[in-house]
Structure formats: C-alpha cells, structure tokens
Design a protein around this ligand. Sequence first.
Ligand code: PLP
Length: 451
Amino acid sequence: MTSLPPFPARLPGGLSAAEREARVRGKISGSLARYERAQHSLAGGVSTALRRSARPSPLYFQHGHGSRIVDVDGNSYVDYTLAWGPLILGHAPECINQAVAAQLYRGHTFGAQHDLEFEVAELLCRYIPCADLVAFANSGTEIVQVALRLARAATGRTKYLKFEGHYHGWDDSVLISYRPTRQQIDAAAGQPIPVGLGQRPNHETVAVEWNDREAVTRAFAECGNEIAAVVCEPLLCNSGCVAADPGFLQFLREITQAHGALLIFDEVITGFRLALGGAQEYYGITPDLATFAKAAGGGLPLSVLAGKREYMGHIAAGQVVHAGTLNGNPVALAAAKATILELARDNGAAYRQLWEQGERLRLGLEAMLRAAGLPVMTTGGGPVFHLSFMEARPHTYRDTLTANTALYSDFGLALLDEGVLVLPDGRWYLSTAHTASDVDETLEAARRAIR
Ligand SMILES: Cc1ncc(COP(=O)(O)O)c(C=O)c1O
C-alpha cells in the first residue's frame, strides 16, 4: 500500500464504512437469505468464484432494463457492472429481445448449419481488421484455447508468452501469473505462478511483465524457436485497465513477426467495446488472431476466433480441431447480429455516445475524489475504465499492487448504498443505454458516497 494521506473514517454528517455496511445489509435481506440457502446446494453459493467477492454479500436480481438493475428486495441501481462486460447495449435491449424471441420460435439449436452463421461471420469479417475468417464457440476460455492450438499448429512450437496480470480464461494452460500477490511474486523468482490448486504443472508458459520490452526480447533470445505465440489483452482490462506504453503493441507485432511467432490479441473485453473492430481497430495494430466473447453476444453465450486466412485455414482444412455441440448457436448468433447492427448504426453513433458519457463519468469521478483529497487514478476510458486509489499511473500489473483496495471497497459499498452498482475490482463498464442523466445521477450519488 502507498502511504495515503489519512482519510477520516467519517466526515461531518457522513457515515462510517461500518454504518454503511449495516445500512446496506438492512436493505438486502432477500439477497442475504437466498445466498444462505444457495450455499446448501450450490458450491460456494455462486456460479463463478469471483462473484463471491461482492460486498457486503452477493446480490440476487429480479430484472434489468437499460442502464438499471433491480435486486430481489426492490433496490434499483444504475449498473456499471453490466454482467462483467457483455451488456454493451444495456439490459434487455429491444433489438436483442426481438431478434432472440424470433429465433426462439424457430428453434433453439440445430447442431447444423443455418443462415445466421454466415450472416454474422460476414459482419465480423467486415469490421474486425484481422478477420479473413472466423470461428464460433461459447466462452472466452474455450476460444483462447482454439487460438493457442492454432498457433502451435501453424508454427510447430509448443510455448507461448503471456504477461503478468493478464487473464485469458480459466484453463490450466493460461491461468498462470494472473494477479499474484507480492509474496507470490517474490517466492516464484521469475517462474510462472499457478492461481489455484489442481492445475497441471505448466511447462509451456513464459510469463513476463506488461510493457517490459527487454523481458520480451530476452524471452525470444532464450527460447524464440519454441514460442508459438504472444498473447495479450491489448488494453489490460483485467488488472487495472493498464494501457500498452506508446509503441509497445507495435513492438510486439514486430518481434513476433521477426521470430515467426503469432500475435494473438485477447479481445474478450476490448472487442466491440473500444470499437466495433476491437482494440486492433482502435490502436491500429493488426494481430494474426484475435479472440472475442462478452460483448460479442450482447449477453448471450458466444465467443469468436477471428484471424488471417493463412492460420484459420488450418481449421478450414480440418487439420486443427475446433468443435462444440452448441457452437454457432442460433439464439446467440441472433443476439450477436442485432448487437453488431445496432453498434454499426448511424456511422458509429453508439461509440460516440459511449465515449462521451464514459469520459464525463470518469473525469467527473476523478475530479470529485481529488477535491476530497484522495490520490485517485483512472485508466482506460469511455466504454471501460478503471478507478483506483493510488498515486502514479501504472505501467505494469505490479504497479497496480500499490492501490488502496480497502478504500476502494468502502467507496463501492457507499455507492451501492446510494444506488450505484460497481464491480469490486475498480473496473467500470458503460453501455449505450447509459444516458447523460444516468451519469449526472451517478455523480450525485458519488458525491454523497464520498461523504
Ligand atoms: C480477456 C479475457 N479473456 C478470456 C476470458 C474468459 O472468458 P469466459 O469467462 O467467457 O470464459 C475473460 C473473462 O473475463 C477475459 O476477460
């Protein structure tokens, strides 16, 4: 932790964190009772581990509409979690409702071909710079595995290079050096760090720090002829929205080319979010392969591998296996088509709004917290940004370890009490459903929360 200036536990007329917590607990009795019940039959009471980190307790929701979500106790929140990213058009947008409803009456899944497959594929190939061909699956975790398999097939090599703090799903092969603690980093002495128990020993991952050109150069010098690919989140959204330093993505493009390795952008978050063509469009660097999920399905389970023909051709030729009973699911593809058409409408009006409202919110929060004497740092921008309590702009995952996460947790709890739902890790997602008045309301709520 940095030595933050002391922040009073309570300002005149304000509430302490403990009082906030008691007040929130009093408003969410329905959620508390359901969570207690769920733990008797559902391992951990939640369907994915991270959801347990919600404070004061995981909430249960009854419905969402646009920018709002309503819990089972009737509390309504302006939602900046957006289901951890997928809801780029907000909750239950009419265009997706209609497309999905129409498809539901035609059939839920065929396990065979249908028109939405090539209609969505054509749209993706039009908008994603690296997409000569695409392939579908259901989750980000799966599709990253397809990308790595393809890279191994194309190069005949087995290793890949990733960056500390980057998340590429929960498969053993990639759940490595993701948000290690300072103690784990010190103990590992440069070796890749598994995240949980039961993971297979990993001999294929080379993990280095984000934005560290020398470490990447060194890794290629040491074992370049074994490295099939470099994979990264082009904007490190999973660990503090840490941007690539100027020229770093271009450097990755060049060094992979020089060593005959593939460059894979994991655009599971940045895809459709920074731009319809993802971070590769936004930054103007074209990878060999890219993975999309989250916003690609607009809230339904869909993931996409997009890539250059010379690599995707291995799938086309049946040399690299890419399979899945529900791949190309028509309900998910109906949602994807509606999402893409909406985002592409009016020459990108959706993105102008996402950026405008997102930046108003980010800068408004930053100014307000600074005025309260807090060393706040925001990274990323517009459709996805990160807010943390720290002094200096982070360049690596390790830099983010200096953030005062306990203070952010108190802030998140106070926001919840004031009707604003945020993720526990400091990431904020916007949707096209968030209006200027939502942002005004949120800034007002934040003003009360800061007290
Ligand atoms: C960048 C990135 N890659 C891969 C994944 C895994 O996607 P999924 O949760 O759909 O398996 C995630 C999920 O958060 C992600 O953020």
